[in-house]
Write a protein that binds this ligand. Structure first.
Ligand code: NOJ
Length: 977
């Protein structure tokens, strides 16, 4: 595997650095990252480099069914240190490789997976490991095409498909688990040491010994770089446990693109950080952080971390999930155009890596979300428009904002309150000077079937008149300082503050009880709230103004004695996890909770939505927000969006309008603004901007059926809600780096939001397939080819390039309403976009949108199909079928499907809901009749290009008016031509 040596030749870094970069470490300022990179440099320079780690062949122990094995691992540089390996393959072919130090000075942090995983995955009973002379091996999958080799010496894990290498662990020999040691023992080991010939692997290795312990120096370097203490800015990390970092190379031979590891403000197809063609000089960093005015093009850490990476080529997609909770840096290189290398360097933790064998993007999403969970199905209202700012300053302010929306007929579902609602930033406690009547205010919003979301941050003001703080303190639930005894104190919005340790099981029920709207005896609870109030969890990285890197000291202690450094990246997820449970516990039966989180980890998708934090009101930030939302979507966390308008700054009308264009095609749609910005609610815009934004929001609302269906699919299959090109067309190389246009769910809608100032037209790439794509608005038919095609389309301020792929049926609801629940009984329009072959299909999923009754089968799931009535016919037969009855294999909610009854209560409730219009695009000829149940329907036909013509130009349009068909029943419309 020498081909994968990375040369660390780094291209010029972008020169513009924002003001606050000095608050955050670069790799060279983090001891363990320096050590990891230096290890990789030594390996690259040394042609006979060989990993010192090997498996003791005699120790291999197969489980009784041969489905898993364990083995002892040794490192030749520390022959006395023991490591244990545990390897298993799950039912779905995912390979899990774990390694830990055995009988070390203490236990390494081994709980990251337990927070990330939905449940302990089942080990496959079908797959059998066999032990050979050089390693342990298993083969599985179709024709046993997937082979896993775990070699003894050096320890290396290779996954091949059809003989081709897909994923290789430790192929470059960078695996290193720094075992626990004491300063004294290290000093002692150096005393009077002679260079022992036999301890060194090669002559070259001998030459790099420069005074440190000779046996280790060739591998670990010649200094104890940052082992025992580290300083950064004015902070000193005492590092009481010494060095314990973990390095591992994970390479993807035969894959020339990698995606994932959010959150970074960068391109979806990750630019390189090392070797030839490197775009960045620093590795990607995962260390949840509150980065003020973050850069729009950087590997710097942001608020969340999902350590999942996918590698892609025209014929294969594979991935890895590295269950690590500590700070992690990832170098990405491309040793050859079609192969990718990665090097993961973590501060602490065991090695716990899941290899996702693919081989398609859809398989990967299934594999990853079977591990960490699919995104929760949100309440339907949560897909509407959210209006936020820091801050609506009083109850009357909230009421008047709501009034202005209604006066201007602009749809909105949710009004938000930022931190200023609370008295002295004691969350939950209303500032009665400005919010004298909070429950009445919320009821006024809820009266129009809207909702409120109120912020609850994790920092608790340390004052005796704040029951949330005093209870947490008195129950011993606060995060401790490094001494493990004293409550930690830091600064945030609330001044001197403390933080609840959500890793402490004692905090769980207590936190839930706070959100109860009924009195709870002696226990304080939020009676001045409503059961429908959603919660916004911010600052949960955690953000601490006077802490190192604006966060918590790493030596702080959590439940179980773990240092904060072990679990830093998981911390924010626990807060939103517990909050979502708390919100759910307010009613029995529970309603679907809405919780927005800023910080996140693998698994956070189970608990709510996220946003990309404090973006700037610049075009660059608008554009990178689209890419970040896509990156989150493929990493399992679909319910994502960016602050519409940009958090900082006062966007000019053009920018604000374009930002709404981005927002209405984001899974999570919220406008938000910093406290110092001018008010910019859409009703404040002058014409024509105001009307354009209103139309865009109405477009979003009309498409809620498409979004909801996409969310439902995501919640079942793990497929992202917004899908980049490589996901939908995995074989189309032209699309592998595309991240400024994407598909909405499986609907066939392709959109390219405009993020360029002054744009009047946009270039859009149509995927490599011989297919027609219709402009959503003017029905112009464009043709792609098997090579793909770039088209240029008008993109004036009021225009969003939006296309329907031929072969799709798009269900919409087109009556403008003030909020989405008011649309519940509105009729549907079906847009049938015929393919070249004259066919189409689409789906619609509906349920009550707020409870969990869908899990008991209370939903409607329809399939709309358009097909030719006869081979040579120019007409079309449109039908509506019950998709639930077909029980497609990919549905995991088999229980609900198995017992599905099409006359369930919800279906009955919407049985009167009609299809009010059917629009058929691309019909080959004017119909001679259009009938349903033998009766002629009302229709009009505008001639134009037919789908089968293979021409471009305005498509023919058949509009069938009010066919009097129910959305829930089976029907057929016959168009004869
Ligand atoms: C930081 C958040 O990112 C921002 O959205 C919020 O307005 C402020 N905190 C104040 O709560």
């Amino acid at each position: 595997m020498r081909a994968f040596s990375s040369l660390l030749i780094v291209a010029a870094i972008p020169a513009v650095l924002a003001v606050k970069t000095h608050d955050f470490k670069t790799c060279s300022q983090a001891g363990f990252c320096r050590r990891g990179r230096a290890l990789s440099a030594r390996a690259a320079e040394n042609p006979s480099w060989k990993s010192p780690y090997s498996i003791d062949a005699s120790s291999v122990a197969l489980s009784p069914d041969h489905a898993a094995f364990t083995a002892a691992v040794r490192s030749s540089i520390y022959p006395d240190v023991k490591f244990g390996l545990d390897v298993r393959i799950h039912d779905d072919g995912v390979l899990r490789v774990r390694m830990d130090e055995v009988d070390g000075l203490r236990q390494r942090y081994n709980e990251a997976a337990s927070w990330a995983l939905l449940e302990e995955p089942k080990v496959s009973q079908k797959i059998q490991w066999s032990v050979g002379k050089n390693g342990v091996r298993a083969a599985y999958g179709p024709k046993n095409g997937v082979e896993v080799d775990v070699t003894f010496e050096p320890l290396q894990v290779t996954l091949r498909r059809d003989g081709k290498e897909q994923v290789v662990l430790n192929g470059r020999g960078l695996l290193h688990m720094e075992h626990f040691r004491t300063k004294e023992s290290v000093e002692k080991s150096k005393e009077g040491v002679e260079v022992p010939e036999e301890g060194l692997d090669t002559d070259e290795n001998a030459q790099v010994v420069l005074g440190a312990h000779p046996r280790t120096a060739w591998f670990e370097g010649d200094s104890e770089d940052g082992w025992w203490e580290e300083s950064f800015n004015s902070f000193t990390d005492p590092k009481p446990r010494g060095p314990e970092s973990l390095s591992v190379d994970i390479d993807f031979p035969n894959h020339g693109h990698v995606y994932g590891i959010p959150q970074h403000a960068t391109r979806l197809d990750l630019p390189l950080t090392t070797g030839e063609g490197a775009h960045y000089s620093d590795p990607y960093r995962l260390y949840n952080a509150d980065v003020f005015e973050y850069l729009a093009d950087s590997t710097m850490s942001l608020y969340g971390s999902i350590p999942v990476m996918y590698a892609h080529s025209a014929d294969s997609t594979v991935g890895i999930f590295n269950a690590v909770g500590s700070e992690t840096w990832i170098d990405v290189g491309r040793p050859s155009p079609k192969s990718t290398s990665s090097h993961w360097i973590s501060e602490t933790g065991i090695l716990d890596i899941f290899i996702l064998p693919g081989p398609t993007p859809a398989d990967i999403f299934g594999q990853y979300t079977r591990l960490t969970g699919t995104p929760a199905l949100p309440a339907h209202w949560a897909l509407g428009y959210h209006q936020c700012r820091w801050n609506y300053i009083s109850s009357d302010d909230v009421r008047s904002v709501q009034k202005r929306f209604d006066e201007e007929d602009i749809p909105v579902d949710v009004f938000w309150l930022d931190i200023e609602y609370s008295e002295d930033h004691k969350y939950f406690i209303w500032d009665k000077r400005h919010f004298p009547d909070p429950v009445d205010m919320i009821h006024d919003v809820e009266a129009i079937q809207r909702k409120m979301v109120v912020i609850v941050d994790p920092h608790l003001k340390r004052t005796d008149d704040y029951p949330v703080y005093t209870q947490a303190r008195d129950r011993g639930l606060l995060v401790k300082k490094g001494d493990g005894q004293t409550d930690y104190e830091g600064w945030c919005w609330s001044g001197s503050s403390a933080w609840v340790d959500f890793f402490h099981p004692g905090s769980w029920d207590w936190w839930k009880s706070l959100f109860k709207v009924q009195p709870q005896g002696d226990q304080w609870s939020w009676v001045e709230s409503t059961v429908d109030t959603g919660i916004w969890n911010d600052m949960n990285e955690p953000s601490i103004f006077n802490g190192p890197e604006i966060s918590m000291p790493r030596e702080n202690i959590h439940h179980g004695g773990w240092e904060h450094r072990d679990l830093h990246n998981i911390n924010g997820m626990l807060f939103s996890n517990l909050t979502s449970q708390a919100v759910m516990a307010r009613t029995d039966p529970p309603k679907r909770p809405f919780v927005l989180t800023r910080s996140f980890y693998a698994g956070s998708q189970r608990f709510g939505a996220m946003w990309t934090g404090d973006n700037l009101g610049t075009w660059e930030h608008m554009a990178v927000g689209v890419k970040m939302v896509l990156a989150n979507n493929i990493a399992g966390f679909s319910f994502a969006g960016s602050d519409v308008g940009g958090f900082f700054g006062n966007p000019e009308p053009e920018m604000l309008v374009r930002w709404y264009g981005v927002g209405v095609f984001s899974p999570f749609l919220r406008a938000h603004a910093h406290i110092d910005t001018k008010r910019r609610e859409p009703y404040l815009l002058d014409e024509p901007y105001k009307s354009i934004v209103r139309d865009m929001l109405r477009l979003r609302y009309s498409m809620l059926p498409v979004w909801y269906t996409a969310f439902r699919e995501a919640s079942v299959t793990g497929l992202p809600v917004v899908r980049p090109h490589f996901v939908v067309f995995p074989g189309d190389e032209n699309g592998f780096s595309l991240d400024d246009q994407f598909f909405v769910g499986g609907s066939g809608l392709l959109v390219k939001p405009v993020t360029r100032k002054g744009a009047t037209e946009e270039s859009v790439y149509l995927p490599a397939e011989d297919q027609v794509y219709y402009d959503y608005f003017n029905h112009n038919a464009y043709r792609s080819t098997s090579k793909g095609k770039n088209i240029t389309v008008p993109a004036e301020l009021h225009q969003i390039p939006l296309f329907i792929r031929g072969g799709s049926v798009i269900p919409t609801r087109e009556r403008p309403r003030r909020s989405s629940p008011l649309m519940k009984h509105d009729p549907f329009t079906l847009r049938v976009a015929l393919s070249n072959e004259g066919s189409a299909r689409g789906e619609l999923y509906l349920d009550d949108g707020e409870t969990f009754s869908h899990r008991d089968g209370k939903f409607v799931w329809r399939e709309f199909v358009a097909e030719k009535p006869a081979k040579k016919s120019k007409g079309v037969r449109l039908s509506s079928r019950n998709l639930a009855a077909q029980k497609p294999a990919e549905a995991v909610d088999q229980v609900a499907l198995a017992t599905y009854d099409s006359s369930n209560d919800f279906a009955k409730d919407v049985a009167q809901v009609r299809v009010e219009k059917v629009v058929v695009l691309g019909l080959a000829a004017k119909p001679s009749s259009v009938t349903a149940g033998g009766k002629e329907l009302q229709w009009t036909f505008t001639p134009g290009v037919a789908a089968s013509d293979k021409k471009e130009g305005t498509a023919s349009v058949l509009v069938i008016k009010d066919p009097k068909l129910s959305i829930t029943s089976d029907w057929e419309i016959l168009v004869q031509a």
